[in-house]
Design a protein around this ligand. Sequence first.
Ligand code: ZN
Ligand code: ZN
Ligand code: FE
Length: 742
Amino acid sequence: MRNTSAGVDIEVDGEANQLRQFVVALKRTPPPLSVIDSLEVFERTADGFTQFVILPSAPDPLAFQPISPDIAVCPDCLCEMLDPTDRRYRYPFINCTNCGPRFTIIKDIPYDRPNTTMDVFDMCPDCREEYEDPANRRFHAQPIACPVCGPSVWLETDEKGIPPLPDEISKAQYLLATGKIVAIKGIGGFHLACDAHNLEAVKRLRERKLRVEKPFAVMAPDIASVKVHCKVNALAQALLESPQRPIVILDRKKTVTLPQSLAPGQNTLGFMLPYTPLHHLLFLPPSEEFPFMPPQVLVMTSGNKSEEPIAVTNEEAREKLADIADAFLMHNREIHIRCDDSVIRLNPASGKSYPIRRSRGFAPFPVRLPWKMPSVLAAGAELKNTFCMTKDDYAFLSHHIGDMENYETLVSFEEGIRHFKRLFRIEPQVIACDKHPDYLATRVARKMAEDNQLPLVEVQHHHAHIAACMAENHLPAEEQVIGVAFDGTGYGDDGAIWGGEFMIASYQDYQRVYHLQYMPLPGGDAAIKNPARIALAYLWQAGLEWQPHFAAAQAVCAQDQLTLRAQLERAIYTPATSSMGRLFDAVSALLGIRTKITYEAQAAIELEAICDSVEQSSYPLEGALPGQNLPLHTGQIALTPMLAAIAADISASVPAAIISAKFHNTIAELVQQACLNIRQISSIKTVALSGGVWQNMTLLWRTARRLRAAGFHLLMHSKTPPNDGSISLGQAVAAYHILNQR
Ligand code: ZN
Ligand code: ZN
Ligand code: FE
C-alpha cells in the first residue's frame, strides 16, 4: 500500500474470490475518516506478498488529493486520556488515525509527517513503534505524539496568587474560575475564554475585545449541559456531537441560567462541544488532591480584536491579545493555516443543517459539482469572504477568511490562495470575481488575471448567490430556476445597490424580473450602521411623515433631521437600493427595536427575535390585497403601501411583536406571489433561495411553507452558507458557464 498525492494505491494478492470480497469490504466498511470518491480495480500478476507494508509516499506532481479537515478527538483517544495507567494520561495532544488536526497542520502533500507542522518533533521509540504497527490505531497517524516526544502546553501570565496546582491547565482553570480571561490556543487559532456564568467577566471581555453586542459562542462539556440551557433536537445533537464539532445555534430555553449578555437581543445561543483533548481537560477537576470544579460553560470566542483575523501564532497572540487576555494557555504545535470555528443553524423548512459559516471541520473538503470543468479561481465577496478553486468536478471552497476590510485579512486571503494552489496542485485557467469595482477581492482578482494573462469573468453578486445554491443542490447545467436572492448589499448591473431580487436564472445567465422598489440610502454604505436614518429615508421616499413618536425620528436629533431631509430632497449621495436587508433594518428602526447597530444584520436579527409566532395577518403590497397579482409591467415591488400600514400600526400602538409578524408574513407572501407570477410567464417550478436574509429562520420557514403549498420545488442551502460565504462557489460555476457560452 502507498499514499500518492492522487490518493492511495493498494496491492493485494490472493484468491479471486477473496479479492472480490476485499473490494466489497473496502466499499462497505471503509476506515472511519476515509471518503471513497472513486475506486478503480486492476488485475496484475501476484507478487507473493507475505505481510502488510506501507511504502514511502509517492508524490505525483500533477495529481491532487483531497485533504482531510480537522477532526474532533475520538472516543478511543478520550478513554486513554482519562486512564491514569495510560502513557498519554491527561495528555492534551493525544490523537490517532481517526482523529486530530489535519488541514491546519498540513504544509504540503502527500500527507506525511515531514509535510506537517509536527516535523519538528522527533518520535520517541514508543510512538515510533505504534506508528509502524499496522495493527495499531496510530499506524501512520502523522500527528502522533506523547508527553515524552510531542508538543506541550504552558501558561503565561502576570496574575499573582495562583495556588500550587498540579499543572498548567489547572492554573488556567483556576484563573477562569476566578473571572479572568484566558487566551487558549486551539486547532485553527486562539480562543478567548471566560466563565460564561460570570457577568463581570463577560462584560470585561466585551469591553476589551471591542465587541459590544455581537453574540459570543459558548462551550459546554457534554450534551446534557447544553440541554440545561437550550432546546436540542436529534439533528442538533448529531451536529453538536459530529466529528466536525461546529457551533450550533440553538433556541434558548425559558429556564436558561446563562446571562442574556452572551447574546443580547437574541433568543438563541451558539453552543459547541469540546473538540480538542485540551478542551476536555478544561472541564475536568484538576486532580484528586484538587477536586475543585472549574466553570462548566465557557465563552469561547475568536481570539481577535473586533474584526481582525484570529491570532494563530504565539507571538501574534502575545502582541494582539495583550490588552484582552489576563493569561495565555500556549502550546508549541504550530498552526499552519488559520481556521475559524464553523457555525450551523437548523433549517426547520428542510430538516437539514444550514451552515452560517463553513470552516473548521468542513474546509477544505470539496463540494462535488455535477460536471467536470477547467480550474477556476473565484475571489468571493467583501464580507464573510471565502475563495473557491475548482478542479474537475470538485469545488474547493476555502475556510472562512473574514471581512476584507483590513490589511491582515487581505494577507490571509492571499496566503490562503497560495496554499490551496499548492495543496491541490491547481493552476487556475480562469479568474472569477464580483462586479463591485471597490471590493478588495475583486481588485486582487483583476491583478491576478492581468499578471497571468487569464480570462477574468465578473459575476453579478445575486446571480452568484443563486448559482451557488443551484450548484450545491447538484442542479444540472441546462436547468433554470426562479432565483430569490435577498441580502444586504450587492453591486447591481445598473450601478444601484441590489438585494431584493427575483430572477429567472441559469448558471450562465439571469434575467431580473422583480426587485424591491428603489429606496434612497443616504450616505451609501455608511448608512448601514444607522437603521434610524434608513427608516426616515424610506418614509420620506414613501411620502410619509417623520412623526415625533416614531422611535426612528427620536433617534435622529432635530438638526440631523434637517440635514437628512435636505440631503434626500437634493439627492446628495443617496444611492438607490432594492436591498431586502435594508428594508428589515428600516422596519426594525421604525419599531424602535434597533436604531443603531454594532454588528452586521443586528437590527434584522432582533426584529426576528421579537416576532409573534401566532399572528397570521399581513400588510398590503402595491395597494393590492395579498394574493392578488403583482403587476408585471413595472418590475418594481412598491413598498409604500406596506410602509404606510406599518406607520399606521405604530401610531395605533399595535405591539412591535405583532407588527414584526405581519411584516414577516408580508415578505413570505410577496415571495409566493412573485414566484407564482414568474411561473406563469416561464413555467419554471423550481425556486432557489439564497442570500444572507435567508438566515432569518422565521422568514425561511414561513416562505417555504407557502411555496410548497403552491407546488414549487425548493432549493435551499445545506452544505454551504446562504450568505456571502458561498459567493465564491457561485462565481466559479457561473464563470465557467458564462465562458462556455461566449
Ligand atoms: Zn483518536
Ligand atoms: Zn512519543
Ligand atoms: Fe450577498
